[in-house]
Ligand binder design. Structure first.
Ligand code: SAM
Length: 276
């Protein structure tokens, strides 16, 4: 069977299992198995060999069982870079690109800024900031050893130098940097334990540590950021749409000029404040 025929059958199977966008999903998985692009897929005349057919069938079954597409293809584009993605580490979301835009604008006038990304996951925020502001010194922390390892390997593959440190919030940041950090940026885990139980199976395939934090994480992050930020330094955090006003009120107690920024869908998404 030609790739076109294989795709049609796979898409029908995905649709029967309620997977959204079945044909594009089948195409992405087959491109990953055959290591080709869309043009390559549709111009290929020969059918799949036994190994390719087995790999594709397994990927389709895993997708039907709720494995996120990015865990199957092993990658996710984020702003201008492509990140390796693995099970055990949070998959970067397009909404977080807004956080990076807001954060970069806040330090646009700062020469060689010192930036800390708290909870780096794949390194999406830290690495895109380093790619777009090569003069920045970028540090990234995560409590998860898998995330620290993956950010390090994504950094090496992309040729971007960031310091990746394992630990809680800003605790692993060297004490010598206290009072010198220009920007703390974070997309912390903000789902409450109650909300977690109602998340789709596909989202619960991601690590619980990357998802569940609720409101406490913002209180701890704000206090931790204040210990490293210079006067006038910026804290920029992503929030869920329903949390933004709560986070903004919380940060207003210890930060100045606190404001909320919206994402492309018009939902409150980012809260920004400055160390007084
Ligand atoms: C929502 S994910 C964000 C990952 C990445 N920044 C992104 O936007 O794609 C949250 C990350 O924070 C990490 N994390 C959770 N609690 C943490 C803590 N107390 N200190 C540092 N990192 C933490 C998780 O392991 C996870 O990688």
């Amino acid at each position: 069977m030609t790739p076109a025929g294989v795709l049609r059958r796979a898409a029908e199977h995905l649709a029967r299992h309620g997977i959204e966008n079945p044909m594009p999903t089948a195409e992405i998985l087959l491109m990953a198995v055959l290591r080709t692009d869309r043009a390559g897929l549709y111009t290929r005349r020969e059918g799949l060999d036994a190994r390719e057919a087995r790999m594709f069938a397994r990927a389709i079954c895993q997708r039907c069982a709720g494995t996120p597409l990015q865990y199957l293809t092993g990658e996710q584009a984020f702003r201008g870079i492509t990140l390796e993605v693995r099970p055990g580490v949070f998959i970067p979301r397009p909404e977080t690109e807004v956080l990076v835009s807001v954060a970069l604008a806040e330090v646009a006038d700062v020469e060689a800024p010192v930036v800390v990304d708290v909870g780096c996951g794949t390194g999406a925020i830290a690495l895109s900031i380093k790619a777009e502001r090569p003069d920045a010194t970028v540090l990234a922390t995560d409590l998860s050893p898998e995330a620290v390892e993956l950010t390090g390997s994504n950094a090496a593959r992309l040729g971007l130098h960031v310091h990746v440190l394992e630990g809680n919030l800003l605790d692993p940041i060297p004490n010598e940097l206290r009072g010198w950090v220009d920007l703390v940026v974070s997309n912390p885990p903000y789902v409450t334990p109650e909300e977690y139980d109602d998340l789709p199976e596909e989202v619960r395939a991601e690590p619980r540590l990357a998802l569940v934090g609720g409101t406490d994480v913002y209180r701890d992050l704000g206090a931790s950021a204040l210990r490293w930020l210079r006067d006038g330094g910026v804290l920029a955090v992503e929030t869920g749409a329903t949390l933004a006003s709560w986070v903004s009120e919380l940060l207003s107690r210890s930060f100045a000029r606190v404001r909320v920024e919206r994402d492309l869908a018009g939902r409150d998404r980012v809260v920004v404040g400055r160390r007084p």
